[in-house]
Design a protein around this ligand. Structure first.
Ligand code: CTP
Length: 449
């Protein structure tokens, strides 16, 4: 039996792919198709691939041409596969002519003529570029502008700001002179990173004008207002996503899957700490531009707790050390600790901008624990530790754009498919807004001096 193998991305499966597969199959008796996981197009420096891996695998399967489908996950895998499956012929399209000659040592290499006039790139280019408007005053918008340039099909087209002092030169060039309403008329979707107390009005107006919204967490400072906005998005058939980039960082999302698969047994405790000192002066006052500790770090620290243990905690207690902010319009906490009690577990978070601590995440289970070193919210690495250190496992991942890049990709995909594909459940979004709301209103809260 002659075994043939071929590899490809097979995004938006087209006629060129099918012809290639047919001819590859005709070279022998058994065809193995390797679908690559890689969605980052190195030559173009963009995330180009539109369909998730499983959809691409399904499309190849649906052709009925492949006898076996495998996933290509790492560099150097082709040699392994050829040996493991006893492959006789390796084949790809002529656009790769010469590139795989090094495999001739292991099997026959055949380059098949590429079908003219069609490619995934061409199919993708017929889709319109999404115009993303950026709203707000914070430096994080510069990163959003930069990261959006890595996402194919999306471009930062306009900026609406009330204070441009922290914005980059590139973003300054995009600032509109128009009113917020006029600005909304020029874009398809918005990313909002203004002060949290402005979110409600800005999100509402954007949704009412039919725009999709990605808004820095917390969505609002008020539980009922957050619910109202989520309902409005649903009524208007628009995507409303809360931006917490950690949720999209590869290491973090893999960690959740490993915990859910029972690697550390039942989870009994989750402890998350996030601190940063830079925006508190010597006098202990917060800078004008600073977000309170709970607004800046609360949602990130709440994320693993709510995603691992769920949204239905039975009790919580907030302890805060409050200081003055020059604007004095917001309740400013230099430090806040929240303890949660669940029916079968506990959790705690510590956030601070006037207190420094080790920014680690520890998830304790009945068989072992997960340790994520500081700064855990942008980690590319974590460990699963057991009683016997010889059983410990270390996990490393690539961290592109601290998760923000994949968050933008998810936002774009959700808009294109008309279906919310956010990694943060709407129930969790509502609970986060609820917890911030309780802090604002002093519910279950104690202050320390
Ligand atoms: N292929 C082909 N004819 C085409 C397009 C692709 O024979 N018109 C072959 C490629 O040479 C490769 C396989 O199909 O062996 C999978 O190609 P892939 O890179 O997934 O698709 P492209 O359409 O080439 O994608 P892109 O435009 O992103 O490069």
């Amino acid at each position: 039996m002659v075994k043939v193998i071929t590899y490809g991305t097979y995004d938006l499966l087209h006629y060129g792919h099918i012809r290639l597969l047919e001819r590859a199959k005709a070279l022998g008796d058994y065809l193995i198709v390797g679908v690559t996981t890689d969605d980052f197009d190195k030559t173009r420096g963009k995330i180009n691939v539109q369909q998730p891996l499983m959809e691409r695998v399904e499309s190849v399967k649906a052709t009925g041409i492949a006898d076996e489908i495998i996933i290509e996950e790492y560099e150097g895998q082709k040699i392994d596969d050829i040996r493991r499956y006893g492959v006789d012929i390796f084949t790809v399209g002529s656009d790769w002519e010469g590139k795989f000659d090094y495999l001739k040592e292991y099997c026959k290499v055949v380059y098949l003529e590429r079908t003219q006039g069609i490619s995934s790139t061409e199919v993708r280019s017929h889709q319109q570029e999404l115009r993303l408007g950026l709203v707000g005053e914070f430096a994080m918008l510069n990163t959003v502008g930069q990261e959006s340039s890595y996402v194919n099909g999306l471009s930062a087209s306009s900026v609406y700001t009330e204070d441009s002092s922290r914005l980059s030169k590139q973003l300054k060039e995009l600032i509109t002179e128009k009113t917020y309403e006029g600005f909304l008329g020029d874009v398809d979707a918005v990313y909002i990173a203004s002060r949290p107390e402005k979110h409600y009005e800005q999100v509402k107006q954007a949704l009412e004008q039919g725009k999709h919204v990605l808004v820095e967490s917390p969505v609002t400072l008020e539980r009922t207002r957050c619910k109202e906005l989520l309902e409005l998005a649903e009524k208007k058939n628009r995507i409303l996503m809360e931006s917490i980039k950690t949720a999209y960082a590869t290491a973090y999302s893999r960690l959740l899957l490993l915990i859910k698969s029972g690697k550390i047994g039942s989870v009994v405790s989750v402890d998350a700490t996030c601190t940063s000192l830079r925006e508190i002066g010597e006098d202990g006052m917060a800078e004008q531009s600073a977000w309170s500790s709970i607004c800046e770090w609360g949602p990130v620290a709440m994320l693993p707790i709510l995603q691992i243990l769920g949204a239905n905690y039975e009790e919580k207690r907030i302890v805060s050390h409050l200081i003055k902010s020059p604007a004095d319009t917001v309740k400013f906490d230099a430090f806040t600790k929240i303890d949660f009690v669940y029916p079968e577990a506990v959790a705690s978070l510590k956030v601070g901008k006037g207190v420094k601590s080790e920014g680690e995440l520890i998830v304790s289970g009945t068989k072992g624990y997960v340790y994520v070193p500081a700064p855990w919210w942008k980690t590319d690495y974590f460990e699963i530790r057991y009683e016997n250190p010889a059983d410990n496992q270390r996990y490393f991942y690539q961290l592109d754009g601290e998760g923000l890049r994949y968050e933008l990709v998810t936002f774009l995909k959700s808009i294109r498919m008309g279906k919310d594909m956010s990694y943060v459940d709407k129930e969790i979004t509502a609970v986060i807004a609820g917890l911030i709301s309780d802090f604002e209103n002093g519910v279950d809260m104690k202050t320390i001096l």
